[in-house]
Design a protein around this ligand. Structure first.
Ligand SMILES: *[C@@H]1O[C@H](CO)[C@@H](O)[C@H](O)[C@H]1NC(C)=O
Ligand SMILES: *[C@@H]1O[C@H](CO)[C@@H](O)[C@H](O)[C@H]1NC(C)=O
Ligand SMILES: *[C@@H]1O[C@H](CO)[C@@H](O)[C@H](O)[C@H]1NC(C)=O
Ligand SMILES: *[C@@H]1O[C@H](CO)[C@@H](O)[C@H](O)[C@H]1NC(C)=O
Ligand SMILES: *[C@@H]1O[C@H](CO)[C@@H](O)[C@H](O)[C@H]1NC(C)=O
Ligand SMILES: [Zn+2]
Length: 459
């Protein structure tokens, strides 16, 4: 072990005299990033209405795509968590709005569950940013009220849907300007809410789309007032689209096919249902449901299509039911009609459906202007934001190469971290390298360093 001990001090001196981070910190111009989500903003909503001057401005001054490809299932919690982690739902574990997990306490998860353990295990963009010494504020986002990897955003609030949108915008811009935050996230629970009860083409929904355009206008105005507009890379997107439904007439009532002898519990229901079978009854349950019209039975390890990336997690129950577009699954139709509002719009369906696809527009110094590019995936947003903030992304399922189509200046082709490189002559240590045994230690140390540290060696 003698050689190892002697290499360690050489490694230390090497690090001091020859190492530089692969991505040098930006000099002078600090870029800021704002990510906006308008819940349920379908990719084609702007064609449903006439009066959206602020979105029109974003399109002219920024970059867009036909839609952004979101993940399955197209529900609010999973899709939002994908945007900030770059992970498929099966990999970040928020696989529905309502979940069951025997290893958690409590075992049931609802949209109000903030217990850290349900969320942790993966870096979010604000975790990554704060770990790198940047400042992040989140005015509502799925997961932001929990400690994830031990980290909460520097500014955050417990969710309250009644907080006026204007107040959210003003507070966010204050963080970005007065507090000089690098990253800001903001969430609006519209036009989703209105479209559920009125349908995606309902009059009130159309009005809501125009109202959200006004909220975007307020954000652009506030950024202009604070001199930030041309320093901020602003991304406006959404979690999913919205399909026409009628939960009264297009209802699949599970009581018509199964009862409690086969089903232990229904964890999630609506466009998608998660069923926990009674012990040993999975096959009987599948047999009882496989011919039911207007839905598909997805048996986790068996017939779940690969493209959904929706099986590799224990919280995905053994039997998942996926309704055809426009249909609603309920464990008790009578109860639903009595206790829940009638839905004329819904989501959670297959992510290849046109109606499920969200909008994406971006504007700022890094983005192309007046450009329409090929669609990217919502898993690409996390590595894109990491690139814009000049920080190291955590392992994810996205692709910066794919997202690069949005950028004015393409990112430098990243060096594969683990590829062995041929050691070059070492200038700053030239007098040492005349001694052969030091030189061989140095080469060994270089090789080790190359494998151990995520830096490239700049000589
Ligand atoms: C900083 O921004 C100015 C104006 O936007 C630009 O001309 C300059 O090239 C930028 N410098 C760097 C280092 O990015
Ligand atoms: C939510 O916000 C509204 C509007 O500001 C306020 O009246 C209400 O008390 C808040 N609710 C909670 C639980 O904080
Ligand atoms: C459930 O359905 C089975 C088969 O249709 C029937 O024999 C049984 O009595 C039902 N059990 C309950 C609790 O309704
Ligand atoms: C379904 O809901 C109705 C209305 O709440 C209730 O009376 C009935 O017992 C429920 N049926 C089952 C099987 O839970
Ligand atoms: C997604 O990324 C995670 C984390 O790196 C990885 O474990 C998983 O295998 C990836 N999924 C796919 C389908 O590549
Ligand atoms: Zn949503």
């Amino acid at each position: 072990m003698e050689p190892l001990r002697s290499t360690s001090w050489i490694m230390m001196s090497l690090m001091l005299c020859t190492m530089q981070p692969a991505q040098a910190a930006p000099v002078g111009n600090k870029t800021k990033v704002i990510l906006v989500s308008m819940d349920g903003f379908r990719h084609d909503y702007l064609t449903f209405v006439n009066n959206t001057p602020n979105f029109d401005r974003m399109l002219q001054e920024g970059v867009t795509m036909p839609w952004i490809r979101n993940t399955f299932t197209t529900l609010t919690f999973p899709c939002h968590f994908t945007m900030v982690t770059g992970l498929y739902e099966e990999s970040h574990g928020i696989i529905a709005n309502n979940m069951y997990d025997e290893d958690m306490s409590p075992r049931y998860f609802g949209m109000g569950t903030t217990v850290d353990e349900w969320w942790t295990g993966h870096e979010t963009i604000w975790t990554s940013a704060q770990k790198a010494g940047l400042k992040a504020g989140v005015y509502f986002w799925v997961g932001s009220a929990s400690k994830i990897e031990g980290v909460r955003p520097e500014k955050w609030f417990r969710y309250n849907g009644s907080i006026p949108f204007e107040e959210r915008v003003d507070t966010l811009v204050k963080w970005m300007s007065e507090d000089d935050f690098d990253l800001g996230l903001i969430y609006f629970n519209e036009p989703d809410h209105t479209a559920h009860t009125n349908g995606p083409r309902g009059k009130k929904t159309l009005h809501e789309i125009e109202r959200m355009d006004g909220i975007l206008g307020r954000l652009l105005d506030k950024l202009t007032e604070t001199n930030l507009l041309d320093k901020v890379n602003l991304i406006v997107t959404s979690d999913h689209g919205m399909a026409e439904t009628d939960s009264d007439t297009k209802l699949i009532d599970l009581r018509d096919y199964v009862n409690s002898t086969l089903v232990k519990n229904v964890v999630q229901q609506g466009a998608l249902a998660h069923l926990i079978p009674q012990p040993g009854k999975t096959q009987d349950l599948v047999d009882a449901l496989k011919d039911v019209e207007h839905m598909r039975v997805l048996v986790k390890e068996d017939n779940t299509p690969e493209r959904l990336h929706y099986k590799d997690h224990s919280r995905i129950q053994p039997v998942v039911l996926l309704a055809d577009e426009g249909w609603t699954i309920s464990e008790n139709g009578t109860w639903r009609r009595l206790n829940m509002v009638r839905f004329l719009g819904d989501h959670g369906y297959d992510n290849i459906l046109n109606s499920m696809r969200p909008i994406f527009v971006a504007r700022g110094p890094a983005f192309k202007q007046n450009a329409v590019v090929e669609s990217i995936d919502t898993v690409d947003i996390y590595p894109l934001m990491c690139h814009l903030l000049n920080i190291e992304p955590a392992p994810n399922n996205g692709s910066l190469q794919r997202a690069a189509t949005l950028l004015r200046v393409p990112p430098r082709t990243p060096q594969p971290i683990n590829s062995p490189t041929t050691p070059q002559p070492i200038n700053c240590l030239s007098d040492w390298s005349t001694r052969p045994e030091v030189c061989s230690y140095l080469l060994g140390a270089l090789f080790l360093l190359n494998r151990l540290i995520k830096y490239s060696i700049v000589l």
